[in-house]
Design a protein around this ligand. Structure first.
Ligand code: RIB
Length: 289
């Protein structure tokens, strides 16, 4: 079973701050680091590190050399990445002294994915292969529809949330992987049990993984509900923690591991990511778990 991640690749500009900036306020940063990131890229690297066979599809701008290199270095197949003129997406990330972050994504030329691009990529995949998507590319509904029509297993992490989400063909999704805010955006509910029930009622064939940060994660799959507590660590930078969870989850599912094992490994891996700075580089290997 192959895994295709049709996903974003961003250059992360990460600013260390005492607290995240408030409306009308100007603050000083203790320093800035550049990292390879993007929810798509982070998730591909997490899948590869966890032992999954992953192909990353997407677009890179002229400044995307480091993004391509880091994917290759971690064993991600990059043959479906298209190169275009112009700048790649970048982010402005504030990380405070508690390790919490705020992220602004500034879309570059590399969020544009055409229907012809999608058809060319999907031609290499078959029914039963998994496709992983986030919400940082501009033609996500089309990718979702076309992948489901091929019989691929669609795993969707609806992050970042936007108004367009309400128009997506979410009945194509087999696995929702989301946090409370994303769950609220999709269901209008704000309590974990209510979010899980609302998704189960609306999309009865889908499985749901609801991550709650330090409170752990719930998974509803084929009528059963699992709870996975978080591993307690001192947070340094929460960036890519959710992406790590998603990557380990998808890799574990692709290997047919039992769900409780998959959830435990995903939680352990994301707790290690939280204890380190950066995005893709902070994702642990299975040996580190
Ligand atoms: O999930 C973390 C990622 O979100 C960052 O790497 C940033 O690029 C944004 O896409």
């Amino acid at each position: 079973m192959k895994i295709l991640n049709y996903g974003s690749m961003n250059i992360d500009r990460v600013y260390s701050v005492a607290h995240t900036v408030r409306p009308g306020e100007t603050i000083l940063s203790h320093g800035m680091n550049l990292y390879c990131g993007g929810k798509g890229l982070n998730q591909s690297i997490a899948i590869a590190k966890a032992g999954g066979e992953v192909y990353h599809a997407g677009v890179l701008g002229e400044d995307g050399g480091a993004l391509l290199e880091v994917l290759k270095r971690h064993g991600v197949n990059t043959s479906h990445i298209k190169h275009v003129a112009g700048a790649s997406s970048h982010t402005v990330i504030q990380v405070d002294e508690e390790g919490q972050n705020c992220i602004i994504v500034c879309a570059g030329e590399n969020v544009r994915v055409t229907d012809a691009d999608i058809d060319a990529v999907l031609a290499g995949f078959a029914a039963g292969d998994i496709i992983v998507m986030q919400n940082e590319l501009d033609n996500t509904p089309s990718i979702m529809r076309k992948a489901a029509a091929r019989g691929m297993v669609v795993a969707f992490n609806p992050s970042p949330i936007n108004e367009a989400l309400a128009t997506y063909p979410l009945d194509c999704v087999s696995w929702f992987i989301l946090n409370e805010l994303e769950g609220e955006a999709i269901t209008g509910e704000n309590e974990p049990g209510a979010i899980l029930s609302a998704i189960a009622n609306k999309y009865p064939k889908a499985s749901v993984v609801l991550t709650l940060g330090a409170e752990g994660a719930y998974c509803r799959h084929q009528g059963h509900t699992f709870f996975q507590p978080a591993f307690k660590v001192k947070p340094v930078d929460t960036t890519a923690a959710g992406d790590t969870f998603t990557g380990y989850l998808i890799s574990g599912l692709s290997h047919g591991q039992p769900l409780p094992t998959v959830l435990e490994r995903a939680a352990k891996a994301s707790s290690i990511t939280v204890s380190r700075k950066g995005a893709a580089d902070s994702i642990p290997t299975p040996e580190e778990l």
